[in-house]
Design a protein around this ligand. Sequence first.
Ligand SMILES: [Zn+2]
Length: 158
Amino acid sequence: MFELNSDRQRRVPSSFSVPQEECIFCKIVARTASSYRVYEDEQYIAFLDTAPFAKGHTLVCPKKHGETIWDMSEVEIAGLFKVASKVSMAVVNAVGADGFRFVQNNGEAANQVVAHVHVHVIPVKMEDKGRFAGRKSFGPEEMESTANTIREEMSRLT
Ligand SMILES: [Zn+2]
């Protein structure tokens, strides 16, 4: 294991830090905040991004709170990306995408806005190749139906 927290390791500044009890993703894990959940196991959870870049844009998180990927062990990081990989298959199938992006931002400079580690799974269609679309907004019914379809696809993979 690397010594990520050694004195020589530069930290990434964040202005978005909040106490864990105010963390929106911890609230989603605890079900005190609502989400369009598509997958959950003992350690990880996946739910739709509410300001998605594309229909099906999903966030995959460890349930354990940590701000950046450096707060996770290598085993936890491997597990996170294993789940993200499976979620990507379900998302691509659900929305009929032709590709997908993993985006994982750490620190304010990298545009991380929620201080709880997460991997974005963003499906991309061929017609959107080379374009990076802005944030979109879908109504609750469409979000719920997208989440249902991803959940069904997930259940076929597990
Ligand atoms: Zn949290």
